[in-house]
Design a binder for this molecule. Structure first.
Ligand SMILES: Cc1ncc(COP(=O)(O)O)c(C=O)c1O
Length: 376
């Protein structure tokens, strides 16, 4: 196929033509099991029937709006997100991508505190631009080592506007979950020193960890929660949700921010529908249950091939298996792709964030394929 897409990343030559549930089909008719949910968005499966039918109807009702109006979908979605987070009297703003939402949350924190820097843990992603990890030389960031207790007391908080927390990094460090004591201690310190607590739930939220949000595994009370990705199940919608205190502060001093797709009614209606589907199908319990099964199968590999497997990490349906250097990670990843399994991969680690509807059979087939590779 002609290549007119700027190659900022390196896709294969395969052309995707159809996706349904956990499966994707290329132009040769080959089927792939998607253990990445696209880019960790399609938690309820690709082309989810209930959501797609809803979108087809809703698109004719209201898609986009200008700054003069409010719409009921965004108001309702804000109330819903606040109740799931545990906020009341707060507010949300809706955008399109997780990156925009994270950056806006930081701009608000800078504005409210009059401080310039953020604190983050070194395996955080945050966003594709602005405060994102790509800017490694970012002088506006204080970066602390993952689970580095000894560094906590050394942080100079005087210019820190916010601690931006990720409760499970899937990209930079291939699925790691910070220790409770570390994260809670750091959060307490940040708060005592006047920084806001922003929790970035773009990947971990909307049920991925087997709870609505990853921070709910910790004793942390956020000021701001950022969601995206699975909120639209593949449709681009993201949210920054502020607690009541933060909302009152920026309402009082007239913080201004505007962009074309802010609070668009279609995205918000889809967010409401996604949450409704999750609640009606008890999908978070499903995620937890399937995650436990998947994790037990990865542990089977670790227990039986300890020479080849270093580590298994899992929470809900965010999992990784790290191999020793006796395994050629690139070769294993290529074998899996050729065998019809789409998984995440870096170095010698495989990552899995499948739709919650992934079947035990698909998980078993993947494990069999990895086991065959190890045996060979
Ligand atoms: C934790 C986290 N925050 C923010 C983002 C950025 O979201 P988006 O790619 O939708 O801009 C990502 C994307 O992977 C992420 O994993």
């Amino acid at each position: 196929m002609k290549r007119d897409i700027t190659s900022f990343y390196n896709p294969t030559d395969k052309v995707l033509v159809e996706s349904e549930g956990c499966y994707q089909y290329d132009s040769d008719g080959k089927k792939y099991v998607d253990f990445e949910s696209g880019v960790w968005c399609a938690n309820l499966g690709h082309s989810n029937r209930a959501i797609n039918s809803f979108i087809k109807e809703q698109i004719d009702v209201l898609m986009h709006q200008g700054y003069k109006f409010r719409n009921s979908y965004s108001e309702e979605l804000s109330v819903k997100l606040q109740s799931l987070i545990g906020f009341s009297g707060g507010s949300s703003v809706f955008l399109s991508s997780g990156s925009e939402a994270v950056n806006l949350s930081i701009m608000v924190a800078q504005h409210l505190t009059g401080r310039g820097k953020i604190l983050k843990v070194n395996n955080s992603y945050l966003s594709a631009y602005g405060f994102g990890q790509i800017k490694t030389d970012n002088r506006d960031q204080i970066t602390i080592g993952y689970n580095d207790y000894s560094a906590i007391n050394t942080i100079d908080f005087s210019d820190v506007a916010a601690f931006v927390i990720e409760t499970g990094g899937a990209s930079v460090d291939m699925v790691r979950f910070p220790d409770s004591e570390f994260l809670e201690k750091l959060s307490d310190f940040a708060r005592i020193n006047g920084a806001l607590l922003i929790v970035d739930e773009v990947t971990t939220g909307i049920g991925r960890h087997g709870k609505w949000f990853g921070f709910q595994y910790y004793n942390i009370v956020p000021d701001v929660v950022v969601t995206g990705k699975a909120l639209g199940n593949g449709f681009p919608v993201s949210a920054v949700t502020f607690n009541s205190d933060t909302t009152q502060k920026f309402n009082a001093d007239g913080f201004i921010y505007a962009q074309s797709h802010q609070n668009d009614p279609l995205g918000c209606a889809i967010g409401l529908k996604v949450i409704d589907e999750i609640e009606r199908g008890d999908c978070i319990s499903v995620c937890k249950r399937v995650g436990e099964y998947f994790s037990s199968r990865l542990e089977y590999l670790m227990n039986n091939y300890s020479e080849y497997v270093n580590d298994v990490r899992a929470r809900g349906l965010m999992l990784a298996i790290e191999f020793t250097d006796k395994i050629d990670g690139t070769k294993l990843h290529n074998t899996l792709f050729e065998s019809g399994f789409v998984v995440g991969f870096k170095g010698n680690t495989l990552r899995f964030l499948p739709p919650f509807t992934i079947s035990a059979e698909d998980i078993d087939n993947l494990i069999d394929c990895i086991e065959r590779f190890i045996k060979e």
